[in-house]
Design a binder for this molecule. Structure first.
Ligand SMILES: [Zn+2]
Length: 171
């Protein structure tokens, strides 16, 4: 169920071609600057606890990526609810939602993990969540889909949507 009104643009995923050759790996950690003190911290893609700044202990924005091989570890076993951004480099509306996705990671640091999934590199994940149009945004809690938003939304609407989904999954 989508709570964001208004039909945003979206791209249709061209079906078929499952000729995916993985360049392997995926990011296992990312360097993220602390929003409170500016210290650069290395944040793991998957961890049992919420990443915190080594200097001031503020929760860090948790923005990472996953592919088919590591999606269950990175998004399924997260200690926080996860915003999954299913996107592709060739998708214009996906570029439009990217700043909103990054803002949600910053403003909801410590409450929400954000995992960006390039559908070209994650055909099994896109099939599992039926992502026929992108961008598709999902809120996962313990691996279960709590909410879904298809199409581009402005950053502030995206943030409100994510906050509402978090309140619902906490209730
Ligand atoms: Zn800090």
């Amino acid at each position: 169920m989508s709570t964001v009104a208004g039909g945003g643009a979206s791209s249709t995923v061209a079906g078929g071609g499952a000729s995916s050759t993985f360049a392997g790996g995926g990011a296992s950690s990312t360097v993220i600057a602390c929003a409170s003190c500016g210290k650069k911290n290395r944040v793991p893609a998957a961890a049992a606890g919420v990443p915190r700044c080594a200097a001031c202990h503020a929760p860090l924005p948790w923005l990472t990526t996953a592919e088919d091989a590591d999606f269950d570890r990175v998004a399924g076993e997260s200690p926080l609810p996860v915003l999954v951004d299913l996107w592709a480099p060739w998708c214009g509306p996906c570029k439009a939602v990217a700043p909103g996705v990054e803002q949600a990671a910053r403003k909801l640091a410590g409450r929400l993990k954000v995992v960006k999934v390039n559908v070209d590199r994650a055909p099994a994940v896109s099939a599992r969540y039926d992502a026929r149009s992108i961008p598709t945004l999902l809120i996962l809690d313990n691996g279960v889909v709590k909410d879904r938003q298809v199409g581009a939304v402005p950053p502030d609407a995206l943030l409100r949507w994510a906050e509402q989904a978090l309140r619902r999954s906490a209730a």
